[in-house]
Design a protein around this ligand. Structure first.
Ligand SMILES: Nc1ncnc2c1ncn2[C@@H]1O[C@H](COP(=O)(O)OP(=O)(O)O)[C@@H](O)[C@H]1O
Ligand SMILES: [Mg+2]
Length: 243
């Protein structure tokens, strides 16, 4: 049973993919255990192909586990209907990817408001004001009417950050959010995420290859043969400084 204080609980989560051609099942996740209280910041690390994106997709309700339990806010995702899952993805989860997928024909403000269109038609005044306020906060207050093509890569990623936050999700799932940014811009993005974590108690689950970003999170979980193991803060910073 999930404890009440945990926001995200995974118990024995497994996931296999059928290999094209051979038809054989390749097991990627082999029993993931994870418990994340609200307000935590967690880095997920591991080599390419170990299952990081697969795990984020399962936590975010984009894909289903083969077995095991995914319990978010005390509710089992497996029990949700497709409609309920869609609503969960829209209102409980903030997705932030390496490729931000902004709509090129829409302004910065319109892009930030895209999640508000899914279930509500027109964004209400409060949501529009919140989007504008968040854009201000990430330094884009004077870019509201720009198109994505008129922004730098770092600015586009900040629009994607605001879009992920605009409906006030319970947690952010970020998949290599600084992967395509130069070091300075990446550091700024990391600071913004952590500032949201501290000031709003926004829970962060961040997949990253960056040792710097991982070390800024409260906890680091590492993939090890399809399972997750906790890396102690000391061991982690030692790894970080050695590489
Ligand atoms: N839809 C799919 N069909 C078959 N194999 C997949 C599929 N999605 C992912 N995989 C395989 O699962 C493994 C883990 O993928 P992924 O979670 O994207 O890794 P990571 O994000 O850690 O780099 C990879 O080896 C990949 O080839
Ligand atoms: Mg990935």
């Amino acid at each position: 049973m999930a404890e009440r204080s945990e926001l995200i609980v995974l118990e024995g989560v497994t996931k296999s993919f059928r290999t094209p051609g051979t038809g054989e099942d390749l097991q990627i996740l082999k029993g993931i255990e994870m418990a994340v209280p609200a307000g935590d910041s967690v880095a997920l690390v591991g080599p390419s192909g170990c299952g990081k994106s697969t795990l984020l997709n399962i936590i975010g309700g984009l894909d289903r586990a083969d077995s095991g339990k995914v319990i978010i806010q005390g509710e089992d995702l497996a029990a949700k209907s497709p409609d309920e899952l869609a609503r969960f993805r829209n209102q409980t989860v903030g997705f932030l990817f390496q490729n931000h997928h902004l709509l090129p024909q829409c302004s910065v403000l319109e892009n930030a408001l895209v999640p508000a269109l899914a279930f509500h038609g027109e964004p209400d005044r409060e949501t529009s004001d919140r989007a504008a306020g968040l854009l201000q906060r990430v330094g884009l207050g004077d870019r509201l009417t720009h198109r994505p093509s008129e922004l730098s890569g770092g600015e586009r990623q900040r629009v994607a950050l605001v879009r992920s936050l605009v409906l006030q999700p319970a947690f952010i799932l970020a998949d290599e959010p600084t992967g395509s940014l130069d070091p300075e811009t990446a550091a700024h993005m990391a600071e913004l995420l952590l500032e949201m974590n501290r000031s709003q108690k926004l829970t962060l689950i961040v997949v990253t290859h960056s040792m710097e970003l991982a070390a800024m999170m409260g906890r680091v979980l590492k993939f090890d043969s399809g399972r997750l193991v906790e890396v102690s803060a000391e061991a982690h910073s030692a790894t970080g400084s050695a590489s």
